[in-house]
Design a protein around this ligand. Structure first.
Ligand SMILES: Cc1cc2nc3c(=O)[nH]c(=O)nc-3n(C[C@H](O)[C@H](O)[C@H](O)COP(=O)(O)OP(=O)(O)OC[C@H]3O[C@@H](n4cnc5c(N)ncnc54)[C@H](O)[C@@H]3O)c2cc1C
Ligand code: SF4
Length: 462
């Protein structure tokens, strides 16, 4: 029998073949079977100092070795209980977290060999194991509801139903609060539902988690745009505290030629395709500008709509917020990558996009964030012919909340909070992308849960 090389023999989730997956909006990563999960759990070294490694790398600080040990013992329900002590939504995070930059990026199997680049080890597939645990419980229809305290007579309103609000609601429900969630869209989940396309995260999973919250006592009010349908001030009068989980959902444009027909923000495209079917005229060739989660998700959608799909990014994929495996999938699916390429202008004909003018870049020195700085290469101007351009270069603050509430802003123009997630108005708290701009699902969950605890302290102690 071949000797097992623990560093390198990481199990992969079975995946639909490129030819099949490109035709469907169904999930294409299929999750671990019980055998694969047991085998992968066996790779964990159960490090004594995991709190300095994978647990620290996870924004929600899940007790990773303990839940993996439970899988190893065949106690999947036990593993679910360990995970949900900190993360209420394992099936979601297991699918969408950029694990290579969070938990798995700090796994000793990876970390201890990372200095010797030629022999980089492969971390334990923590995300796939977490997904496995969440999926087993969901697919077997096991109802595991946490114990909630008796109602304490206090009410909290949450604006938005993205991961930060859902996690904050979970925390408040555990502590006996009446919890009302106001959402502008007709469904819950925020970006997870309207942004991340179903090939990466099936809508059923979000619906299942929302049903769980409802069973715990959460009330949802859909189609209510706070600031228009009802005012923020009315909510402030009616409730003991307010949590703003409004995200940063306004896509950035601001580019020479962005008035042309065929120019869209990523959020506009994803929202229209994910929520309402196709219904958007992108022509036959599309250029997606950007290199993070949002760009990757736009490419997934465009490839499935049968378009020639170009991704134009001024850095390399190593500096992207998206998972490495997703770049690999896009390459297999036929996306055309233009790394180290900066668009400078959109060219048009008869009012419609015709091409994207770009220059080549090289990485030199470091920028403010510590990442290598892209600088233009002389005489490198070139055109990429296309019928549409999608901007996936980040989101801006949602302006509505500032129209009515006199909230202080932070240096990015977003809602300013203190270390207790409290805004400049004492009974108003905020978290997620509304305070940090581009975050991750796990960071938003972490914000929401912490904010829930601080709201509880505030309402108890003032
Ligand atoms: C396309 C895309 C793909 C991404 N992919 C990933 C990924 O794979 N992994 C990952 O970890 N992170 C990913 N992210 C980042 C992650 O989704 C966000 O960090 C996270 O969703 C932020 O959560 P949130 O609760 O702050 O707000 P959001 O998810 O933005 O939700 C805010 C909600 O508030 C509602 N709302 C706003 N204003 C009002 C109002 N006035 N009244 C009522 N409702 C209101 C909105 O309709 C929305 O539903 C992605 C982001 C984008 C844009
Ligand atoms: S929540 Fe995300 S970062 Fe944390 S352990 Fe799970 S997959 Fe890793």
């Amino acid at each position: 029998m071949a000797k097992r090389i623990r560093y390198l023999d990481r199990n992969q989730e079975p995946t639909l073949k490129p030819k099949e997956r490109i035709k469907t909006f169904k999930e294409y990563q299929l999750g671990f079977s019980p055998n694969l999960a047991l085998d992968e759990a066996d790779r964990c070294l159960f490090c004594k100092d995991a709190h300095k490694r994978c647990i620290k790398g996870c924004p929600i600080n899940i007790d990773i070795p303990s839940f993996i040990r439970k899988i190893k013992e065949g106690d999947i329900l036990g593993a679910y209980e360990v995970i949900t002590q900190t993360n209420p939504f394992p099936s979601i995070c297991g699918r969408v977290c950029p694990q290579d930059k969070q938990c798995e990026g700090s796994c000793i199997l990876y970390y201890d060999t990372v200095r010797d680049k030629k022999n980089k080890g492969l971390p334990v597939a923590i995300g796939s194991l977490e997904r496995f645990v969440g999926d087993v419980v969901r697919l077997l229809g096991i109802e595991v509801l946490p114990k909630v305290k008796e109602k304490n007579g206090k009410r909290v309103a949450l604006v938005g139903s993205g991961p930060s609000s859902l996690a904050c609601a979970y925390e408040l429900l555990l502590r006996g609060y009446e919890t009302h969630i106001y959402e502008a869209l007709p469904f819950a989940g925020g970006v997870m539902a309207y942004g991340i396309p179903s090939p990466r995260l099936s809508k059923e999973i979000i619906e299942w988690e929302v049903e769980r919250l409802k069973k715990m006592g959460a009330k949802f009010f859909f189609g209510v745009l706070v600031g228009r349908s009802v005012s923020f001030k009315e909510l402030l009068e009616k409730y003991d505290a307010l949590f703003l989980g409004v995200g940063a959902g306004r896509g950035k444009l601001g580019f020479k030629g962005d008035h042309l027909k065929g120019v869209y923000s990523a959020i506009e495209v994803l929202q229209r395709v994910n929520s309402f079917g196709k219904g958007i005229d992108l022509g036959k060739r599309v250029c997606i500008v950007g290199g993070g989660f949002t760009a990757v998700d736009c490419a997934i959608v465009c490839l499935r709509l049968g378009l020639e799909t170009h991704i134009v990014y001024r850095r390399t994929k190593e500096f992207s917020s998206a998972r490495a495996v997703e770049w690999e999938h896009l390459q297999e699916d036929g996306a055309i990558m233009h790394f180290l390429t900066q668009p400078v202008e959109i060219l048009g004909e008869n009012g419609r996009v015709k091409a994207l003018k770009c220059i080549k870049m090289e990485l030199k020195g470091r920028d403010e964030s510590g990442r290598p700085k892209p600088v233009p290469v002389e005489n490198s101007e070139h055109l990429i012919e296309c019928d549409s351009v999608i901007f996936a270069i980040g989101q801006e603050a949602n302006p509505l909340v500032f129209e009515e509430l006199d909230l202080e802003r932070n240096k990015w123009g977003l809602i300013k909070v203190n270390e207790r997630f409290q805004t400049s108005i004492p009974k108003v708290f905020a978290g997620g992308d509304a305070i940090r701009g581009g975050g991750t699902v796990a960071k938003s969950i972490s914000d929401g849960r912490k904010a829930g605890k601080f709201i509880d302290e505030f309402l108890k102690n003032g």
